[in-house]
Design a protein around this ligand. Structure first.
Ligand SMILES: [Fe+2]
Ligand SMILES: [Fe+2]
Length: 287
């Protein structure tokens, strides 16, 4: 069972104390911006990387922000928290080199995050900041499988490419544990709140559990994931036509005819977020 290995093997990175505290703020509505700032400030490297993301074109700030406290005031503490956890995800993605391109996965994670946030905005979803994080984390199961069984994961992506069948379909066909379940287990291990776990679990087929209390969020992440695969084919290391679960139209109250309008909005967001998608978080000079 891959799921069981997630919590036991050294191939999987574990959040350090600072990241653990930041994750804890995600489930505690009483956390103050000051507390978050105090935690993040303990790690200078982390603050610098967060500020790089804050200053990306996506947030469209009129001038460069150089202080964490300023960033929290301008873009909000939940967004700063999301960026801190994105930095952690980026470092988890670069924890170990394997046979697949982790920069591609980062591009897919980030694009799904910004698309989730935009779809939430378009349909008037209340907790938009949570969507960014749910989108960022939806496919961490792929990373976990890759870190534990790199040869198997590489083969899985090759089969997907050669047969033009999405990775999830291949997983189902060969009766192997899907990355959705592995990802949910990893997020549970990392102590993320239930809504992110559910989104990872349901993002390929939200209709598996229409009664989930987080079905709306899972449907948004599902839709964002479909569009991320259309905008950047192969970045998710999954190939073939992505499956669009019809449950999203009911749950989100979106008419299929509205999708073309949504695509136009996503296109604008894609352009604005290119530096975050392709630049990573490490180096100021990379674009
Ligand atoms: Fe997936
Ligand atoms: Fe994905």
């Amino acid at each position: 069972m891959i799921k069981e290995l997630v919590t036991t093997v050294s191939e999987i990175p574990t959040p350090d104390v600072i990241v653990q505290q930041i994750i804890a703020t995600a489930s505690n509505p009483n956390t103050s911006a000051k507390e978050l700032e105090k935690v993040i400030s303990m790690d200078v490297g982390l603050s610098t990387k967060i500020l790089r993301l804050v200053n990306s074109a996506y947030y469209g700030l009129p001038r460069k922000v150089t202080k964490l406290s300023e960033a929290i005031v301008i873009i909000g503490f939940k967004t700063v928290r999301n960026l801190a956890l994105s930095v952690f995800t980026y470092s988890a993605l670069h924890f170990k080199q394997t046979f697949v391109d982790h920069d591609k996965l980062w591009a897919h994670f980030m694009l799904t995050a910004v698309f989730s946030e935009q779809i939430g905005k378009s349909i008037g979803f209340m907790n938009r900041e949570e969507l960014f994080l749910a989108g960022m984390l939806h496919d961490v199961g792929k990373l976990a499988i890759d870190l534990i069984f790199p040869t198997y994961f590489y083969e899985l992506t090759k089969v997907s490419q050669n047969t033009n069948m999405p990775v999830y379909d291949v997983e189902m066909r060969i009766n192997s544990e899907p990355h959705t379940e592995v990802g949910a287990e990893l997020l549970r291990f990392w102590k993320f709140p239930e809504e992110y776990i559910q989104s990872a679990l349901l993002h390929e087929r939200p209709s598996i559990n229409p009664n989930s209390p987080y079905i709306e969020m899972a449907c948004i992440v599902h839709l964002a994931n479909v569009f991320a695969n259309i905008f950047l084919p192969g970045a998710s290391l999954s190939y073939g036509e992505p499956y669009l679960d019809p449950i999203v139209f009911n749950i989100l109250g979106v008419k299929p005819s509205r999708l073309s309008y949504l695509i136009k909005e996503l296109d604008k967001v894609y352009e604005k977020s290119r530096d975050m998608i392709f630049g990573g978080v490490e180096d100021e000079t990379r674009v």
